[in-house]
Design a protein around this ligand. Structure first.
Ligand SMILES: NC(=O)C1=CN([C@@H]2O[C@H](COP(=O)(O)OP(=O)(O)OC[C@H]3O[C@@H](n4cnc5c(N)ncnc54)[C@H](O)[C@@H]3O)[C@@H](O)[C@H]2O)C=CC1
Ligand SMILES: O=C(CO)COP(=O)(O)O
Length: 373
């Protein structure tokens, strides 16, 4: 089969000729995004923490642990040395787990070009500080917002690695920088749009993971499409209300970085958040689920900090609250629902009576009564 990158690459390649970029992280998304950038004509060097992964990419043009069966472009290079990866890179794309990003930034700072733009591809919040990734970058490297961008959208890595067409949004407060990032990431099968709403773009990617966990849980229980559609509908309202209260433009949440990513992640059996939820819905514990996954499911670590922020901002998030109760073993998966009305719906045997969480959930649902779905 002739790939799209082989068939239609030249226009993109010309625009990005000589553009040096680095990708930090060689898991499924870092490797896939590096392929997108290389197919867009950029000169890409990936940094892998593990030398054997850097070596396999460099020598065999494969990353068999994360993207089995995918051939990587010949123009892609990989190293386990940060200085080599970052040399001359104007754009530095970050694709590491959210909980390690701060340390990764500390490690790379000595080798960073003073003019580099840092682009987060990460869809989580830092558990200890509740910061979004762009905030972690600003905090750690003391950079102005015009040097920090994010890219987010309906981007299941393996589908994109197979060159199935989709899009994403590149966002920076400086529109010119967002356009530069979008230009670098415009491959024949991957179209990148721009906006200046960093908060909305970033939160869309974080929050859809929590709703995908809920979808996985009810899927694991055996519930069908009505339950899932109702959860997605209510989930989008929760995502939008939380994001707007955090300073986002509501329009962002109905675009690719919000609704688009929510649909992809809630529908795809390839989604790790969806898969983690399904295992929990089937009765596996959180620890057993983590062991089985062997990949990052950002939603699990994002639930507590998101709920902490929601409470501070007075936002009602019943779906996310219920996910938290299932994850912490306080509610059986089969009671997770879009319209759980009162405490009476959950058999007393399932409740530790007087639990502040159940009381809070009941109050949240009481507040929701009579409001739109
Ligand atoms: N896989 C996907 O489809 C997409 C993932 N993302 C986001 O990209 C981020 C990275 O996820 P994936 O690549 O999918 O995860 P992954 O589980 O496929 O790979 C994680 C990578 O991080 C590395 N890693 C682990 N600990 C590290 C440390 N201390 N320092 C540096 N690297 C470390 C692992 O070795 C591995 O290479 C996540 O925030 C995820 O939400 C965003 C869009 C799509
Ligand atoms: O962010 C993603 C799709 O846009 C990937 O989702 P998962 O992390 O659940 O696999």
């Amino acid at each position: 089969m002739t790939t799209r990158s082989a068939a239609a690459g030249s226009v993109h390649s010309d625009r990005n000729r000589g553009r040096r970029v680095a990708v930090i992280g060689a898991g499924s998304w870092g490797t896939t995004f590096a392929k997108v950038l290389a197919d867009a004509g950029c000169d890409v060097t990936m940094w892998a923490r593990r030398p054997e992964i850097a070596n396999e990419i460099q020598v065999a043009r494969r990353n068999s642990q994360y993207l089995p069966g995918v051939n990587l472009p010949k123009t892609l290079t990989a190293t386990d040395d940060l200085a080599t990866a970052l040399q001359g890179a104007r754009l530095v794309f970050l694709a590491v787990p959210s909980q390690t990003l701060r340390q990764n930034l500390i490690d790379l700072e000595p080798y960073l070009d003073r003019r580099s733009v840092l682009v987060s591809l990460v869809k989580g919040v830092e558990k200890t500080t509740t910061m979004r990734m762009s905030e972690v970058i600003a905090d750690t490297l003391d950079l102005g917002p015009e040097r920090i961008a994010v890219v987010s959208g309906p981007n299941i890595a393996l589908e994109i690695a197979k060159e199935q067409p989709t899009g994403a949004v590149a966002s920076c407060v400086d529109l010119g920088v967002a356009q530069e990032v979008a230009m670098a990431a415009n491959a024949p099968y991957f179209r990148t749009y721009v906006n200046t709403d960093v908060i909305g773009t970033e939160l869309g990617g974080v929050l859809k993971n929590l709703i995908a966990l809920a979808i996985g849980i009810v899927d694991g229980v055996g519930y069908g499409e009505n339950t899932k559609a109702a959860i997605i509908t209510r989930g989008l309202a929760e995502m939008t209300e939380f994001s707007v209260a955090s300073g986002a433009d509501p329009a962002t949440l109905s675009g690719l970085a919000g609704l688009g990513d929510l649909i992809a992640t809630c529908q795809s059996p390839l989604s790790r958040n969806n898969t983690a939820g399904r295992l929990i819905g089937q009765g596996y514990t959180q620890e057993e689920t983590r062991e089985q996954m062997q990949q990052v499911a950002e939603g699990i670590t994002s639930v507590p900090p998101v709920l902490e922020l929601a409470r501070e901002r007075g936002i009602v998030m019943p779906i996310v609250e219920q996910v938290q109760m299932v994850l912490s073993g306080k509610m059986q998966p089969e009671y997770l629902g879009p319209h759980l009305a009162t405490e009476d719906d959950v058999p007393q045997a399932e409740l530790s009576l007087g639990s502040p969480q159940i009381g809070r959930l009941k109050r949240l649902f009481d507040r929701m009564k009579g409001t739109r779905g």
